[in-house]
Design a protein around this ligand. Structure first.
Ligand code: PGA
Length: 248
């Protein structure tokens, strides 16, 4: 039995006052039974967020981390530093980082190693572009991203994956529940070939324009174990509605 997981990816948004208000609303809401909830603010808001959530069941994640634990890497933040301040999760390989920061599968694999070493729970994102889907290459793209990020890596017991079709992120377009289920089932088959991963136990989240009105249909699919939520995670009522849909 895989416990439902809902993760809010706040991206480069928020302010000290905004984080306090949004987390205040989330923390004061009655937690939905049985759903694990994670919120991922920017690096600069993480320590504040850890403190605001310390008496709640919400846990915190970062949106990225360095591939090493310390050293002369100007501008980077290491997984060890994140773990030390109470951050428990990290999103890796988000399509916006692949696109705007040029992150490669090789770099994502190195980040995964270093995150696992520091005890952070990784959420590894994969997904095809619209052109790749239209060319019939969606499964090939996703399986390559998975293999490159995961193959041969030790300590993946805590691994979470997120299928985020690039064409559905922030666009209002969502994969249909059937399209998403098909890819999630395919990913589970791919996982079975990767050492150190328990494919039946690994949670696979869907991401890409998840909203209160489409969440329930997505979560009804057998291989969709929760969501990685962008825009709707910034509105407390919407995020709570998605969490409740995962509990139903
Ligand atoms: P979205 O973002 O929900 O705004 O489409 C999802 C994500 O990028 O993780």
């Amino acid at each position: 039995m895989r416990q439902p997981l809902v993760v809010g990816n706040w991206k480069m948004q928020g302010s000290l006052a905004g984080v306090e208000a949004l987390l205040g609303d989330l923390v004061s809401a009655t937690p939905a039974a049985g759903v694990e909830v994670v919120v991922c603010p920017t690096y600069v808001h993480l320590a504040q967020a850890v403190s605001l959530c310390r008496f709640s069941s919400l846990t915190l994640g970062a949106q990225d981390c360095s591939h090493v634990q310390s050293g002369a890497y100007t501008g980077e933040v290491s997984p060890a530093m994140l773990a030390e301040i109470g951050c428990r999760w990290v999103i890796l390989g988000h399509s916006e980082r692949r696109q705007y920061q040029g992150e490669s599968d090789v770099l994502i694999a190195a980040k995964l190693m270093s995150a696992a070493e520091a005890g952070l729970r990784p959420i590894v994102c994969v997904g095809e572009t619209r052109e790749q889907r239209e060319a019939g290459a969606a499964q090939a793209v996703v399986s390559t991203q998975l293999e490159e990020a995961l193959k041969g890596r030790a300590n993946l017991a805590q691994l979470v994956l997120a299928y985020e079709p690039v064409w559905a992120i922030g666009t209002g377009l969502t994969a249909t529940p059937e399209q998403a289920q098909q890819m999630h089932a395919f990913m589970r088959v791919c996982l079975a070939d990767i050492a150190n991963v328990d494919s039946a136990a690994t949670r696979i989240l869907y991401g890409g324009s998840v909203k209160p009105d489409n969440a329930a249909q997505l979560f009804a699919q057998p291989d969709i174990d929760g969501a990685l939520v962008g825009g709707a995670a910034l509105v407390a009522a919407d995020f709570l509605a998605i969490i409740n849909a995962a509990a139903a």
